[in-house]
Design a protein around this ligand. Structure first.
Ligand code: AR6
Length: 219
């Protein structure tokens, strides 16, 4: 069983904050390679009292208190992770969504998780990427507001997808920086509220970006 697919067992703090350092091969003009810059990558890190974990996998399989959905303003379903969550969770999620009257970009609303292992789904609506300053503020608001909703319902273990980086086109590096920095700010403001935040990446290349950014995070 890989991380994220089993029952969570807390690890003692001394085993956390592990960092693997990978050397980046640099290609010379003649095609040969040398090893140059050193880049850190981290899969787990403790921020305040909250464990941040990067996972490569399917968020619908996460057995956390709440998974976050990258929805649209209608909250009535769509493609990408939204479609996957509704398919795996079943019609109870849509039935709840239909009572909510949609959701503004940057806001977040909570429903049942239906048949999913998670207890709740927090639906947030990320911005479509246009390269404007407000895009970053709206994306940060998705993470911050989702964590507010979690705190309101005492949901202590939360899994996020990379909101806005699929159909909505947000560049993964910049979106990752915003995701991690915003979550770190929130857990510093509320150190008792969250046990674990999982960043569930759909594929190895996004996970590598998250692991690199996690290693750079000021804790
Ligand atoms: N588990 C984890 N991550 C996933 C999964 C999964 N099962 N499936 C996709 N991703 P997207 P957006 C990743 O497009 O950009 C919907 O139609 C995906 O690789 O799902 O916020 C909504 O209804 C990407 O990294 O969401 C909206 O209309 C990330 O999830 C629109 O898409 C987000 O990609 C929202 O677009």
């Amino acid at each position: 069983m890989g991380p994220g697919f089993g029952v969570w067992t807390p690890e003692p703090p001394e085993r956390l904050n592990r960092c693997t350092i990978g050397e980046l091969p640099i290609r010379r003009a003649d095609g040969s390679r040398r090893h140059g810059g050193v880049r850190g990558r981290m899969t787990e890190r403790v921020v305040g009292r909250t464990r941040f974990v990067v996972v490569d996998g399917d968020i619908t399989k996460e057995s956390v208190d709440a998974i976050v959905n990258a929805a649209n303003q209608s909250l009535l379903g769509g493609g990408g992770v939204d479609g996957a969550i509704h398919r795996a969770g079943g019609p109870a999620i849509l039935a709840d969504c239909e009572t909510l009257g949609g959701c503004a970009t940057g806001d977040a609303k909570v429903t049942t998780a239906g048949r999913l292992q998670a207890k709740k789904v927090i639906h947030t609506v990320g911005p479509r990427y246009h390269g404007r300053d407000e895009d970053a503020a709206l994306l940060a608001s998705c993470y911050r507001t989702s964590l507010v909703r979690a705190r309101e319902q005492e949901l202590r273990r939360i899994a996020f997808p990379a909101v806005s980086t699929g159909i909505y086109g947000y560049p993964i590096e910049e979106a990752t920086r915003i995701a991690l920095a915003t979550c770190a700010d929130v857990v510093r403001e509320h150190p008792e509220a969250y046990d674990e935040i999982r960043f569930v990446c759909f594929g190895a290349s996004d996970a590598a970006v998250y692991r690199h950014r996690l290693a750079l995070l000021d804790v």
